[in-house]
Design a protein around this ligand. Sequence first.
Ligand code: AMP
Length: 292
Amino acid sequence: MQTAPILLLRTAADLRQTIKVWRSQGHRVGLVPTMGALHAGHLGLGALARRTCQKVVFSIFVNPAQFAPHEDFDRYPRTEAADLAALAQAEAADVVFAPAAAEMYPPGFSTSVSVAGPATGLESDARPHFFGGVATVVTKLLLQALPDTAVFGEKDYQQLMVIRKVVEDLAIPVEIIGAPTARDHDGLALSSRNAYLTAPQRQIAVALNRVLRSVIADVLNGVALPEAIARGRADLIAAGFDAVDYLQIRNSATLEQPLSPGQPLRVLAAARLGAVRLIDNMAVAPASLQEP
Ligand code: AMP
């Protein structure tokens, strides 16, 4: 089947010009920020954007500001040609905006967006630099594209909440849409970092989602939260994970520690298999207990 070519843009000026033309034609514009190495989860974000937008921009930018020096910035998978082909095949995007680092961070760049509230704890405990880097680059991407909507995955639930907060606090005129997590056949959340897993690690990795579901089952069955969490942590180690960075239950709207019964809850976890760090989260709700 003949698929429409994707327009690849490297500069914000070109992106703005393209979007200006679309707007003059009356189109709504959706933005899907990514770091590339695209998989079906990313393509699903594009499909969600397409529901309300006639034009969709994927940004592909491995953002140095959200990696600490010891993290995987250098070896993060960069697969631009395959990403463009996948987007064209799925008709998920009209434009890819893939700027060089110097386009996003020219010499002398001095600004950062710092977020408290939902950025507190969880990922920030292990990666204190992370949300500052994410919030700064996403704010810049939103201002460069000025889309009607921007789509982010629930896979990175804390990130989604942080971005909602930035957009609310800074009154950025964009609708943020959260997309459900796309999973492999056995429940493992799709992630570009799954490519780092060896075959034996991949077998262990499935336990992350399985354990989240068993924690949810415990909570729904009335097990106290600290007890359910302790069991979950032990189950992850027993399954073969080398370390559990966190396994926590938070208020799903604010990410605060739940202090009173009856509020919507989310269980969130990060665990390590060797040098590979995996994250996942689910709503504490009966629907999460269905088999993947
Ligand atoms: P990434 O480039 O993988 O850091 O993420 C780009 C966007 O894709 C973020 O909004 C992620 O939350 C989202 N994403 C990544 N993996 C998945 C997944 N398995 N399902 C849904 N969204 C995802």
